[in-house]
Design a binder for this molecule. Structure first.
Ligand code: PLP
Length: 403
């Protein structure tokens, strides 16, 4: 037998394991240190009560023969898909129930959708980036072309019309940079994709953080996107489902490329390789879209956004260049003192006991940048900001680093 040798081409992911090792080492030397972790992208607020009540009821449904549910439809229960259609309707986007595919989260769909594409497609991926886009394509042996996101373009790269591509990844609001495209910018991407006959894989995992009406919450708010894009979304950050697992992918029924219908291919793929998301979870997800659920998740999102604002205010006060934080839970900033990402990681860990994520872990253009997450508690966010401010006062006083 032979194995998939393309796995040899995937770089080992040292980012989070190195962070853990550094934290363990620091703690072993400083057992009483009060570390504040602002590195990981996991949520901390509990599920909203509408979801808990719905899942509680669903558990009881499973206890009675009359309301028990076995295998569900691979595409998801209609009760949930209908609510997702209405959610899109509120954005002014018309999506049919046959265009919604309920999943166990965005990460699986981001990887699984590659089943539909031939190996010889050219893939365009921004750098820095959520590493899953890169690794899943390398596993399949596809050629990747990187497009630079950097300080100059505000970490929002625009298409280069002379660059050929078949598959294009866009994540907005972005992980790790927090930057979000406005509708005009996305229109240029849609036009570019159409001119290349390429497909956009649009990751909308953070759409719920967008308040600014000039920014897009869905690629389908852009004219022409139904003909060249699929959208992958998640309830992980929207409703705290990181441990519950539910998301959805939207593929227009008339999305045709290379003589085939992508919606039909995805139905075929899912019904062959996926047996759906549990009834209990889908009932919990349905409640997210109820009026009470929507109000309750908004409270949680606003809580994180207030944390983000506290961090952004510090960046402005210290005159540190940053993106994100406004329509995103991530604040992405330039490491003060021209440090490298890892130098700044160590510096912040040792001097402020704050843990963040080195930008270099997300691609070469992330070097010299750093990501802080607003998913922690208010108390810890305030404490971390005070420590960084104090640290900075000290630096300025001693004229150590120009900021
Ligand atoms: N897409 C992006 C950009 C993410 O940052 C994440 C998680 O951090 C995901 C997808 C994965 O989401 P899920 O929990 O739905 O698998």
């Amino acid at each position: 037998m032979r194995l998939n040798k393309f796995y040899n081409n995937i770089e080992d992911s040292y980012l989070f394991s190195t962070i853990s090792k550094k934290i363990s080492l620091y703690k072993s030397k400083n057992p009483s240190a009060d570390l504040i972790k602002m590195g990981i992208g996991d949520v901390t607020r509990p599920l909203c009560s509408a979801t808990i009540d719905a899942m509680d009821k669903a558990v009881h449904d499973m206890a009675e023969a009359e309301t028990f549910h076995g295998y569900g439809p691979e595409q998801g229960y209609e009760f949930l898909r209908e609510k997702i259609c209405n959610y899109y309707g509120d954005l002014g986007v018309s999506v049919g129930i046959g265009e919604i595919f309920v999943s166990d989260g965005a990460k699986s769909d981001v990887g699984n959708i590659l089943d539909l594409f031939a190996r010889d497609n050219k893939v365009l991926i921004p750098d820095p980036v959520y590493p899953v886009y890169v690794d899943t394509n390398i596993m399949d042996g596809r050629e990747i072309i990187y497009i630079d996101a950097n300080e100059e373009n505000g970490f929002l790269p625009m298409p280069n019309e002379s660059q050929e591509a078949d598959i294009i990844y866009i994540c907005s609001p972005n992980n790790p940079t927090g930057a979000a495209y406005n509708k005009e910018q996305l229109k240029r991407w849609v036009d570019y994709a159409q001119s290349m006959n390429a497909l956009i894989i649009y990751d909308a995992a953070y759409e719920a953080f967008v308040d600014d009406s000039g920014l897009a919450r869905s690629i389908f708010q852009i004219d022409g996107a139904r003909k060249c894009a699929v959208e992958i979304c998640s309830l992980s950050k929207t409703a705290g489902f990181t441990g519950v697992r539910c998301g959805y992918t939207v593929i227009s029924e008339d999305l045709e490329m290379d003589g085939m219908n992508i919606n039909k291919m995805w139905i075929r793929r899912q019904s062959t390789k996926f047996n759906g998301v549990s009834y209990i979870v889908q009932r919990g997800a349905e409640a997210v879209f109820s009026p009470e659920g929507r109000a309750q998740i908004k409270t949680n999102i606003n809580y994180y956004k207030e944390n983000a604002k506290i961090i952004c205010d510090l960046m402005r006060e210290l005159k540190i260049w940053f993106t994100g934080g406004e329509n995103s839970p991530y604040i992405w900033f330039k490491c003060p003192g021209n440090r490298s990402s890892w130098e700044y990681f160590d510096y912040l860990l040792e001097n402020a006991n704050v843990v963040g994520t080195p930008g270099s872990g997300f691609g070469k253009n992330g070097e010299g940048f750093f990501r802080l997450s607003a998913f922690g508690s208010r108390e810890n966010t305030i404490k971390a900001v005070e420590r960084i401010r104090k640290l900075n006062d000290f630096l300025v006083r001693d004229n150590k680093y120009g900021i």
